[in-house]
Design a protein around this ligand. Structure first.
Ligand code: SF4
Length: 162
């Protein structure tokens, strides 16, 4: 059976930092067909829900993996949550690698500091910048196919494939 790793919030699970979700009908359809595996890296990294919002400072997800950038909360608490983000990314990688024979793609929530695929918010700015979140960057670096939740046609093609 083919498998697609998906950001859990896209299924409708209330795992977002604010306790909400990003329910996406295409991801729900993937799940109903039995192929979607929902994971939330930030919860897997030990962070609570709700939790303070966080952004990557001085780089992107790849920089965090390389130890060149940190992840910090942006609600005024100024906590360093880098280790939680890394733990969540590696736990997600663990599950994805277990399914590597059947995993045809990972559909991840755009703009998230964990799951963002093309654009993320950086600590230094309120504007979106090019770059991946920590989990997306790790999965991509290990050769898995990564799709942004904004790539609607590509996700529809996945549904045709299965
Ligand atoms: S974007 Fe990723 S880390 Fe954020 S709530 Fe969704 S699954 Fe969890």
């Amino acid at each position: 059976m083919k498998r697609v790793i998906v950001s859990a919030c896209l299924l409708g699970i209330n795992c977002k930092y604010n306790g909400g979700n990003n329910r996406d009908p295409l991801v729900v359809e993937l799940f109903k067909r039995g192929v979607a595996v929902p994971l939330c890296p930030e919860q897997l990294g030990g962070l609570p829900t709700p939790r303070p919002p966080a952004k990557i400072a001085d780089g992107d997800g790849l920089s965090v993996i390389q130890g060149k950038a940190r992840v910090r909360t942006v609600d005024g608490s100024d906590l360093d949550v880098t280790e939680n983000f890394l733990k969540g990314a590696y736990e997600t990688l663990f599950v994805t690698e277990l399914l590597s024979d059947s995993c045809i793609a990972c559909v991840l929530k755009e703009k998230s500091p964990s799951c963002g695929v093309k654009r993320i918010y950086r600590f230094e700015s309120d504007d979106l910048k090019e770059g991946m979140g920590v989990t997306a960057a790790l999965l991509h670096s290990r050769g898995f196919k990564i799709l942004s939740s904004d790539e609607r046609e590509e996700i529809e093609k996945l549904l045709e494939e299965i």
